[in-house]
Design a protein around this ligand. Structure first.
Ligand code: BJW
Length: 243
């Protein structure tokens, strides 16, 4: 019944967006941040994903990223990523705003992507600010150094207390405002400013469709809530949509 209703809405929608989080990549074998598998050694993300942690112990922070690069490097996009990539080809306005740094949406074939928190395959010189692609797994030298000036390289990602790229945030807000429907998939919806985007959609008359294993602070505001794995629910929606 709910499926029928959402399919009717999706068929009429002109602009659809997705806000994705770590949960969409969980079925690809990538650990989430706040789940049972969310700890690396004894550390929480809040203790490692900060500029202060990097200043204090750059080797420790890089060990964490090195470990994640190995997992992500072996991972494949799952049916959730693949369904969203397919939908991009069906809708003239379809955007993925992701908090994930794993690049799996792109590898699944999505092109209209805003990577709000950066990308694990890019590094930035802490001295010069230059950004380069780096896909070495594992990195041999920790911390890696800038070829040009010898300064420490850091992952080109957004840590707590750091501002998101202004262009990315403006684009994400524009998408949220324009959306008839925003899917919020596999995010605990506690990290701002990403977590504010569904409210922008709602305030501008759009609908929120949440897909998650568990309820989140957003659930009571969502128009539809599908409890379960995104890698299963998205293909089910897709077969109803095209059936
Ligand atoms: C499944 C599933 C399956 C599992 N299917 N579902 C306003 C209010 C309060 C605080 C703030 C605020 N504004 C700013 C702040 C401070 C802070 C913040 O939000 N803190 C809160 C935690 C309290 N925000 C910031 O600092 C941001 N910067 C900023 O605002 O700058 C301006 C400013 C500066 C200084 C002061 C004030 C303002 C930056 C945030 C950067 C976050 N960075 C990280 C690391 C990125 C790099 C990396 O990956 O290493 O981003 S932290 C981490 O959390 C990562 C994630 O993208 C992000 C969100 O996590 P996500 O994706 O939601 O994952 P989980 O694990 O939390 O949830 C997974 C979900 O999936 C769960 O719900 C599961 O149930 C579900 N799931 N399997 C479907 N198969």
């Amino acid at each position: 019944m709910v499926f029928k209703e959402i399919i009717y809405i999706l068929k009429k929608a002109k602009f659809i967006s997705v806000l994705s989080g770590a949960g969409i990549s969980a079925e690809s074998g990538i650990p989430t941040f706040r789940g049972e598998d969310g700890l690396w050694k004894k550390y929480r993300a809040e203790e490692l994903a900060t500029p202060q942690a990097f200043e204090r112990d750059p080797v420790l922070v890089w060990e964490w990223y090195n470990w994640r690069r190995e997992i992500i490097g072996k991972a494949q996009p799952n049916q959730g990523h693949i369904t969203l990539a397919k939908w991009e080809s069906l809708y003239p306005n379809f955007w993925v705003i992701t908090q994930n740094i794993d690049g799996l949406h792109r590898r699944a074939g999505s092109k209209n992507i805003v990577e709000l928190h950066g990308n694990i395959w890019k590094v930035r010189c802490t001295r010069e600010g230059t950004i380069k692609e780096n896909t070495e797994i594992p990195l041999k030298e920790l911390p890696p150094k800038c070829e040009n000036c010898g300064g420490f390289l850091r992952p080109h990602v957004v840590w707590f207390g750091e501002s998101l790229d202004r262009n990315d945030m403006e684009k994400a807000e524009e998408i949220a405002i324009s959306s008839d429907v925003m899917f919020v998939i596999g995010t605990s919806a506690v990290v701002y400013p990403a977590a504010s985007l569904p409210f922008l959609t709602k305030r501008n008359g759009g609908l929120i469709v949440e897909i998650n294993l568990a309820e989140t602070p957003l659930t009571s505001y969502a128009d539809f809530f599908f409890k379960g794995r995104s890698g299963e629910i998205l293909p089910q929606l897709d077969s109803e949509l095209n059936g």
